[in-house]
Design a protein around this ligand. Structure first.
Ligand code: CU
Length: 166
């Protein structure tokens, strides 16, 4: 099994060789998607991987971390559609942020990748399209539940979840 995985990776590397950088980037996330999520309160770090797709879905709607942990979060877009049509991001909102109000204003902030002005987020990735990936690092806030959404117009109804900090 391990051999097969290595072979697959080699194939990906070879098939990317000589292509443009943008094509190479499309496969970058494959190298990290195997890393398993870690849930250990003694650990100072947690790695989270969330996949999103052409069906306007996150593959996780609940994430658990511990207060003060350094969170390395990777958002993958496993679909094929462009970011202009099926763009996704991961936007973690502060506790006091009003979800509907924020999401309405986000829809209008196209020139800023649908992140509205203001100090209402804890962290967010860039907007990505099919085959792309983005990783952010942030510190887990104080204990509580925090909403995360995709702010692409029309997506937050389906693309939302909660980060639970213990
Ligand atoms: Cu989206």
């Amino acid at each position: 099994m391990k051999k097969i995985k290595i072979l697959l990776l080699v194939t990906i590397v070879i098939s990317c060789d000589g292509n443009t950088d943008s094509k190479k980037n499309k496969f970058e996330y494959k190298a990290i998607e195997k890393k398993e999520d870690v849930l250990d309160k003694n650990s100072k770090e947690t790695f989270i991987i969330i996949n999103s797709n052409d069906l306007m879905k996150f593959d996780q709607n609940e994430l658990r971390v511990f207060e003060g942990q350094k969170i390395t979060l990777t958002l993958n877009h496993t679909g094929k559609m462009s970011k202009e049509i099926m763009g996704h991001n991961f936007v973690l909102l502060k506790k006091e942020t009003n979800l509907n109000d924020f999401a309405q204003r986000a829809m209008l902030a196209r020139e800023n990748e649908y992140i509205p002005d203001g100090n209402e987020t804890i962290a967010y990735t860039k907007m990505i399209g099919g085959g792309e990936s983005d990783t952010i690092i942030f510190t887990a806030p104080e204990k509580g539940s925090y909403t995360y959404i995709c702010t692409f117009p029309g997506h937050y109804g389906l693309m939302r979840g909660v980060l639970i900090v213990s």
